[in-house]
Design a protein around this ligand. Structure first.
Ligand code: NAG
Length: 383
């Protein structure tokens, strides 16, 4: 690269960054102070994140399901009470991994696509969704393949706005693509009693094959930096224990085994296959199983005195009815809400508390190979 090209690239990057901020935040935020900071950053050779695009299910949903008649919602009390003082549609008491990563990356927390005010920090994740269109179709969710179509629409808007596909490619190559998907497909598979269902390894190969196809689509659109999250210990989810009427609060190991097999296949895809298939791709895989399982087994040392029961809900393990709903499933008390949510691993029948997401996010951001491979998120975004 000649000095001139480098300078041109630098200007392009500044321009892209400022334009990105223009739409992500507000024109006022791209002021001279911020401009100076960016110039300093570029001069020092620091890299920075231009955008953030989030795909998947309720682990990352920031309110998508509020905006169409889904039967899987979390936009009522007491969801969101810890971080937002109001329900947002997030399926926890506060922030998710996506929110914590946005804080780390100093970008605006990605907004639901259906309620977006900008173009460079968008969240397509839909609670209940899976890779397969059939997963939770009766509950009305936005399946993963349709989330990709929504991203394609976003990208068209970007091209119109920046009036340059090259610039859009550049912005996307400096953006984070965060994906958490597969859990709902596998929980559905686990509880499917039909004798004709495919063997687990065949089913999982299909799921990871679908993920591979999706990464190809996002790569061709310009994405280079990907983080895929593995599955947590789904056999320790209160709804799984309650669904099987487990009396002793012990995790359901056959369900955890499903997660282990999926995680191994996902890791092979991310760590072995993707780098061979796609030039310059930088993909990392998060290992929530290895972070959360020890907390489920002996979290007392870290203040998690309740690792089985959901903080909020009703019935066995507070997990037979969704948090915020009465036993007859209308919106209203009586439901149970714990007093000290930070002592709980689970907020509701399916989802961790904000404190658990916070611990996981910190590990993914800054942690070692026990949490994220082949490098952590901070290293990925500094590349
Ligand atoms: C997964 O299974 C579906 C339904 O049988 C099929 O249409 C799809 O092509 C499969 N995907 C892969 C990657 O094998």
């Amino acid at each position: 690269m000649t000095a001139n090209t480098r300078m041109a690239m630098g200007t392009l990057r500044l321009l892209a960054f400022c334009m990105g901020l223009f739409f992500v935040l507000s024109p006022a935020r791209c002021d001279s102070t911020e401009f100076d900071t960016i110039i300093q950053g570029v001069t020092e050779g620091r890299t920075f994140t231009l955008g953030m695009f989030v795909f998947g299910d309720s682990v990352l949903d920031a309110g998508t399901n509020n905006y169409f008649p889904s039967l899987l919602k979390a936009n009522f009390k007491p969801y969101g009470q810890t971080a937002f003082s109001k329900p947002t549609g997030r399926f926890t008491n506060g922030k998710t991994y996506a929110d914590f990563f946005a804080d780390n990356l100093r970008v605006k927390s990605p907004e639901p696509y259906l309620a977006r005010t900008g173009t460079f920090s968008v969240n397509y994740a839909s609670g209940g969704s899976g890779l397969l269109r059939t997963t939770n179709a009766a509950n009305q969710v936005i399946p993963f393949p349709d989330q990709l179509l929504q991203f394609a629409q976003t990208r068209l808007t970007m091209i119109q706005t920046l009036n340059s596909e090259k610039l859009v490619q550049l912005v996307l190559s400096k953006s984070l693509f965060l994906i958490n998907i597969g859990g709902n497909d596998l929980v559905t598979y686990f509880f499917d009693p039909s004798p004709g269902k495919p063997p687990l390894d065949v089913f999982i190969a299909n799921l990871t094959g679908e993920i591979e196809k999706s990464v190809r689509v996002l790569y061709q659109a310009g994405g280079r930096k990907f983080m895929l999250l593995g599955l947590g210990p789904i056999g320790c989810i209160p709804a799984v224990l309650a669904g099987l009427q487990i009396p002793d609060g012990k995790c359901v190991e056959p369900a955890n085994d499903v997660a282990r097999v999926f995680n191994a296949a996902l890791e092979e895809l991310v760590l072995q296959k993707l780098p061979k298939m796609f030039k310059d791709i930088q993909a990392i895989v998060g290992r929530p199983f290895d972070i959360l399982r020890p907390l489920a087994d002996h979290g007392e040392a870290q203040g998690f005195t309740e690792g089985v029961k959901a903080c909020c809900g009703y019935g066995l393990y507070n997990a037979e009815v969704q948090c915020g709903l009465a036993p007859d499933k209308i919106l209203n008390p009586p439901y149970n809400v714990c007093k000290n949510v930070d002592a709980y691993l689970f907020w509701d029948y399916f989802h961790p508390t904000e404190r658990v997401y916070s611990i996981g996010a910190q590990q993914f951001w800054n942690g070692g190979l026990d949490a994220v491979a082949p490098m952590n998120l901070r290293a990925l975004m500094e590349l």
